[in-house]
Design a protein around this ligand. Structure first.
Ligand SMILES: Cc1ncc(COP(=O)(O)O)c(C=O)c1O
Length: 361
C-alpha cells in the first residue's frame, strides 16, 4: 500500500513563461502553438443542436442515449470500416477524463494488478492517470519511428499490467503503431489494450485506422470530439470494444456520476453525422503544417510531415529542446513545447501544435 502522499506536479504549460517573453519581442508578436487546444470553430449543426435536446430537466444516461451511442458507432464504421453497434459504445466526458481515471477503475476490477504500460514518448496523462490510481506507470520504449517496442516489455510488467495504452496517431510524434500487432500482443499476454484514437481522422499518409478493425476482444478504442470537431469545450467522446470491459466501466462510471450533459449529447450526434467540417479542418491543418515546415526550413530546421495528428515534431543540432524553443520563439515569434514534457527519451525535441494560422511569419 502507498504511504507517501500524492503531490500534484506543476502543470507543464505553466513552465513556458520565459519562452513566451522571448516570442513576444518578435515584430509580429507571439503566436502560441504550445497547447493543442483547437482554435477553429465547431460545426454549426452541433451548435444548433445544443439548444434543442429538450432534455435539460432530467439526468441523461451515463452510457449515452441510444441515439448518441448509435451515432458514435455509425461514425466509426463509416471512417474505419469497423463493424460495431451502439451497444458496443458508451459515452465519456472527453478522452482525458477516461485516461486519467481508467487505472483507478481497472484496479477496482482487478485488485491483483497494479501496472499501467504506456508509450515512453506520449501524452502526459497516461502516466499521471496511473499515479492518480495509485499504480506503477511503466513506459514502453519506442523504436526509431516512435512506435512501441513490445519486445522490451518485461514478463513481470506484462503480468502485472492492468492495461497498455497506445495512441495512433500519437501526440506529440504523429506516429502510427501497428494496431494488429498490438491487439495480438494484448491477447497473448492477457493485457487489455486501450487505443487512444482521438486524432483518427487526421492522417496524412494513410487512411484512418482503428484498433477495432482487428476485433474487439481485449481491446477498447477511445474517441473524442475535442479535436475531430473542435469541440473540446463541450466534452464528449466514447469508448467502444470488448463488451465485458466496456460494460464494467459503464457501471462503475454510472456510480461515479460521470455524465455527458444532455444538450452536449444532442450536439455530438449532429457532429458525428457531419463529415464535411472534418474535411475542411483536415485541409486547414495540412495547409498550416506545410507552411510551417517551409518556415522552419528557412531558419535551417528540418521537419517532416507527420503520419498523423496536427503536431510538428522536430529537433535541431543543439539537441536541447529548451534552446530550440527559444530559437523558434526568437526567429518566428512562435511558442512550442520542449520534448521533455512528453517523456525522458526526447529532450532535444520541440512540438508545435498547428492550431492557428502561421501566415506572415
Ligand atoms: C493523445 C491525446 N489523448 C487525449 C487527449 C484529451 O482529449 P479530450 O479533450 O478528449 O479530453 C489529448 C488532448 O490533447 C491527446 O492529445
Amino acid at each position: 500500500m502507498r504511504t507517501e502522499p500524492f503531490v500534484p506536479p506543476p502543470y507543464p504549460f505553466d513552465r513556458l513563461d520565459a519562452v513566451k517573453e522571448i516570442a513576444a519581442l518578435h515584430p509580429l508578436g507571439m503566436l502560441n502553438l504550445s497547447i493543442g487546444a483547437p482554435h477553429d470553430p465547431p460545426p454549426a449543426v452541433a451548435i444548433q443542436a445544443l439548444a434543442t435536446s429538450g432534455n435539460e430537466a432530467g439526468y441523461p444516461p451515463c452510457v449515452g442515449t441510444p441515439a448518441y451511442r448509435d451515432a458514435a458507432a455509425a461514425w466509426l464504421n463509416s471512417i474505419a470500416g469497423t463493424d460495431i453497434t451502439g451497444a458496443d459504445a458508451i459515452a465519456i466526458v472527453g478522452a482525458k477524463e477516461l485516461v486519467a481515471g481508467l487505472p483507478h477503475w481497472l484496479r477496482l476490477r482487478r485488485p491483483d494488478l497494479d501496472t499501467v504500460l504506456y508509450p515512453a514518448v506520449s501524452y502526459p496523462s497516461y502516466e499521471l492517470g496511473a499515479q492518480l490510481g495509485g499504480c506503477r506507470a511503466v513506459p514502453v520504449p519506442l523504436d526509431d519511428q516512435w512506435r512501441m517496442d513490445l519486445s522490451a516489455v518485461s514478463a513481470d510488467d506484462a503480468k502485472r499490467a492492468l492495461c497498455l495504452w497506445n495512441a495512433s496517431p500519437g501526440n506529440p510524434t504523429g506516429a502510427m503503431d501497428d494496431l494488429a500487432e498490438l491487439a495480438a500482443w494484448g491477447r497473448a499476454h492477457d493485457v487489455p489494450i486501450f487505443s487512444d484514437e482521438c486524432y483518427i481522422e487526421f492522417t496524412w499518409d494513410r487512411p484512418a485506422t482503428s484498433m477495432l478493425e482487428h476485433g474487439s476482444e481485449g481491446v477498447v478504442a477511445v474517441h473524442s470530439l475535442s479535436k475531430r470537431s473542435n469541440f473540446a469545450g463541450a466534452r464528449a467522446g466514447f469508448i467502444a470494444g470488448d463488451r465485458e470491459i466496456v460494460d464494467y466501466l459503464g457501471k462503475v462510471r454510472q456510480h461515479a456520476g460521470l455524465l455527458v450533459s444532455a444538450p452536449v449529447q444532442n450536439a455530438a450526434i449532429a457532429a458525428w453525422g457531419d463529415p464535411a467540417h472534418v474535411a475542411d479542418q483536415r485541409e486547414r491543418y495540412r495547409g498550416r503544417m506545410t507552411k510551417m515546415i517551409a518556415r522552419l526550413a528557412d531558419i535551417g530546421v528540418d521537419c517532416a510531415m507527420p503520419s498523423g495528428g496536427f503536431y510538428l515534431w522536430f529537433r535541431d543540432e543543439t539537441d536541447d529542446g529548451w534552446a530550440l524553443a527559444n530559437r523558434v520563439a526568437t526567429e518566428l515569434g512562435v511558442v512550442g513545447t520542449p520534448g521533455e514534457f512528453y517523456g525522458e527519451d526526447c529532450h532535444g525535441w520541440l512540438r508545435l501544435a498547428m492550431v492557428q494560422d502561421v501566415d506572415g511569419r
